[in-house]
Every structure is written in structure tokens, then in C-alpha cells.
Write a protein that binds this ligand. Structure first.
Ligand code: PA5
Length: 426
């Protein structure tokens, strides 16, 4: 298994006959499509069932984008934003330029300065736009698209239509109508896949391919995860291990999970994970609150709270076993910074010591620790990891007797916002 799980507590004691029976019945209900929200289980077999011709079309479109543009502006929010952002940030080596186009996200928040400055930045670049919205009517990306569409039409005239790519529902939504009307190239968000489970569809794949990364490898990892994480044997299935540990800790008085990474590149994997678990589980007064920290940065900030604050937290380290690039500490003649004791060690080794030291400290402070280890930063590993999280999240929510695939709580702010902005009908 590409994701290895370890736990500071006694994992074996969690695999009771009752837990095994629950997991088995959840799996049977998912397979039979009778579980809560089963209409949105399309992501589960997507990696193995996805049409190869769609992969080819995405790759060809990505190549066309690379030919016509320096920058692809990807407009979307929530699940229509975070999957691609997570993959791109994790794959991108800091300060190096990748082979494909530069990806810039928009529509994930409302800021006039951001959009205004973005359009000024775009003036000196060749531009393409990928607007993504399953519902085709989400306000924040719709606002960004109104500006960017106007920008593209003013700048490129009729050619704008060849530079705008729309990813939305096959049958409905305002965005679909615009795409049809203007003749934009279209990609479909499958009906039975919700936003936060859509990273392996065109939603995530087109921006990742346009940036020059291998979506074939990403999908290969997801497919392997689908196969390996399909059994109900808790000893052999790390996704079930993670779900059982979370469920145990939640009921043992730990309602907050902090994802901790020691590589900043994983920050948006954490953001994607927070959306996945937070929006899937946080309902009906239940659910673990997902939070995140990047260490060492946050060891000099939130680390104080984790060590000594109110005891309600457990930590989940996401650990990368090997890095593709590294440097070694050198010996200094005068040792004025007193660091010669580190001479000969790579920074990955130093970072390993930071991880072990943090684990020991937080454990002694009463913070239970889960560790998810992945081998590297490759596309394949990332594909595996994201599928691992999705299947584990479904089990976690079902263990809490929650429908993992709806998000009724998100509507409340929208209604208030429409009223405040005098939207007709509100
Ligand atoms: O997971 C979800 O379903 C949500 O977070 C959506 O992705 C988000 O609200 C954006 O929706 P849409 O793609 O319809 O614009």
C-alpha cells in the first residue's frame, strides 16, 4: 500500500467484531448503491472505469492550451478549485518552472484588487481560461468569469471563444447555456460525482495536464488505490485503518484533527483534505473538525497550543519518506553559528529529526498521533493518496451515520448574501 498508517494507540484493539461488521455493512451498502447519498458514489469506481478517450481529449486540449497560452486562468471554488490546486502545489518543485503553462486560480474568493491586478498581469501574456462549476451558478466564480470573459472578448475578439474552456454539468446550468451560446469547448462534471470528489474528472485533470504533469500517472495511482483499498480487511486496508482510528478518537473525546505536514508543498493537499472531510462529515451536530499546520513554521506558532492548550486535539502527520532533491550541511572552519554538529547531514535528515521530536513532544503532551506515510511526491503517489482520503472519508462519515455527499449547511450564507445584495426573489 502506498499510504502506510500508524497510530500511537493500540490499533488492534479497534478491530472488534462490531467494527468489522459495521465496515462490512457500509461497504455492502456502497456497492449496492443503497447507502445515504448513493447517487453521488460515481467517484468510487471512476479511476478504473473512466473512458480512455476522455483522458486523450484532456491531454490534447492541454497541448492546445500550451500552444496558445502562457497562462491558464482556472476559475472555480470549493471542489471545483481545490483538487487541481492541491495536485499542482504538491507536484511543483519550489522556484522551478514546469513544462506547461502557468496556472492562476480565480473565483475562489471575492476581491476586486485580485481580479484587477490579475488582468493587468495577463496583459503581457497569452491567455486561456478554464471556468469550472458543476452547478453552473455559483456566485463567486460567476463574478470572476464575467470579468475574465469580458477581458478575453475585448482582447481577442472572436478568437476568445477558442481560448475559453468550460467544465460544467452536461444538461443544466447558466454556464452550460453560455458555453453553448458562445461555442466554447466543453468538459462534463459527471452527474454522480460531487465537487469535492471530482479531482480525477476533467475538473482536476485539465488544469493538471495543462501545467505539464502526467494525468496518466495520477490516474494510475488512483486506480491502484481503488483496487488495493477495496477490501474490508482492516489489517490490509489503510483507508479503513484511518477511518477506524478517527472514529475511535472522536468518541474518545478528540473532536479536532490537525493535519501536520513538514513540507510546505503539501499545504493545499491539507486544504483539499479539510474541504473533503469538513464538508462531508460536519453535519447534524456531528463530525471531526479538520484543521491544519505546516511544521516547522507552525511549531513557532500553533505548536504552543498543540503542546499545552485544551486537550481535544489529535494530530495526523502526513509524512513523505523520500525527497527528489536535497542539500547537505557543510562543515564551517570557525563554527561561529555552532552548527558543525549537523555537518554531513541532509536537510531531509534534519527534517526527520524535527518530525520525531515533534511526535515525542506532542505525545507526551497528551495528543494522540496518527501518521500517514507516503513514499514520494510523484503523480502516482498523489493519485493514490487523494483516492485513499476519499474512500476513507466515505467510511468515516458513514461510521457517524452521516451522508458524506451533501452540504446543506453551505446554503445558509448564500441566502443571506443574496438578500443583502438584493438578488431578485430574496
Ligand atoms: O464539494 C462540493 O460539492 C462543493 O464544495 C462545490 O464544489 C462548490 O460549492 C462549487 O460548486 P460548483 O462547482 O457548482 O460551482
Amino acid at each position: 500500500m502506498t499510504v502506510h498508517v500508524s497510530f500511537s494507540g493500540d490499533f488492534k484493539s479497534l478491530v472488534t467484531p462490531e467494527a468489522t461488521a459495521k465496515i462490512t455493512s457500509i461497504k455492502q451498502a456502497m456497492d449496492a448503491r443503497t447507502s445515504a447519498g448513493a447517487d453521488f458514489l460515481g467517484w468510487k469506481n471512476w479511476p478504473s472505469e473512466m473512458d480512455a478517450s476522455l483522458v486523450t481529449r484532456i491531454q490534447e486540449t492541454a497541448q492546445a492550451i500550451q500552444k496558445q497560452a502562457d497562462v491558464l486562468v482556472v476559475i472555480g471554488i470549493g471542489g471545483s478549485y481545490l483538487g487541481a490546486k492541491a495536485v499542482l502545489e504538491a507536484l511543483h518543485q519550489p522556484f522551478l518552472t514546469n513544462e506547461g503553462v502557468e496556472i492562476i486560480f480565480a473565483g475562489h474568493m471575492v476581491s476586486g484588487a485580485y481580479l484587477k491586478n490579475l488582468m493587468t498581469y495577463l496583459d503581457s501574456k497569452e491567455v486561456a481560461v478554464n471556468v469550472i462549476s458543476k452547478s453552473g451558478k455559483t456566485t463567486e466564480p460567476a463574478i470572476a468569469f464575467r470579468f475574465l470573459q469580458d477581458y478575453m472578448e475585448t482582447r481577442y475578439g472572436a478568437e476568445a471563444a477558442e481560448r475559453i474552456y468550460v467544465t460544467t454539468d452536461a444538461e443544466k446550468g447558466a454556464l452550460l447555456d453560455v458555453a453553448k451560446d458562445k461555442g466554447y469547448a466543453r468538459f462534463v462534471v459527471p452527474d454522480d460525482i460531487g465537487g469535492r470528489y471530482s479531482v480525477f474528472t476533467s475538473v482536476g485533470l485539465l488544469p493538471v495536464a495543462a501545467a505539464g504533469y502526467s494525468i496518466e500517472q495520477l490516474l494510475a495511482g488512483a486506480k491502484r488505490a481503488e483496487q488495493e483499498l477495496g477490501s474490508v480487511d482492516a489489517e490490509k486496508n489503510s483507508a479503513i485503518q484511518y477511518a477506524l482510528i478517527r472514529d475511535h478518537l472522536y468518541h474518545a473525546g478528540y473532536p479536532v484533527e490537525i493535519s501536520a505536514v513538514f513540507e510546505e508543498r503539501l499545504k493545499y493537499v491539507q486544504e483539499w483534505w479539510k474541504q473533503l472531510f469538513g464538508e462531508s462529515e460536519g453535519k447534524e451536530g456531528k463530525g471531526i473538525f479538520p484543521a491544519s499546520v505546516v511544521y516547522s513554521t507552525d511549531l513557532h506558532s500553533l505548536g504552543q497550543y498543540v503542546q499545552d492548550g485544551k486537550r481535544m486535539l489529535f494530530e495526523t502527520f502526513l509524512k513523505v519518506e523520500s525527497v527528489e532533491d536535497d542539500i547537505t550541511m557543510q562543515h564551517a572552519e570557525n563554527d561561529s553559528d555552532e552548527l558543525n554538529y549537523l555537518a554531513g547531514k541532509t536537510l531531509h535528515e534534519v527534517n526527520d529529526a524535527v518530525q520525531q521530536a515533534t511526535a515525542e513532544a506532542h505525545l507526551s503532551g497528551g495528543v494522540p498521533l496518527v501518521t500517514l506515510s507516503i513514499p514520494d511526491f510523484s503523480e502516482e503517489t498523489l493519485g493514490y493518496l487523494l483516492y485513499f482520503y476519499m474512500i476513507s472519508c466515505a467510511y468515516s462519515a458513514y461510521l457517524l451515520e452521516i451522508n458524506p455527499f451533501d452540504q446543506p449547511g453551505v446554503e445558509e450564507y448564500k441566502v443571506n448574501m443574496f438578500r443583502l445584495l438584493n438578488k431578485p426573489g430574496y
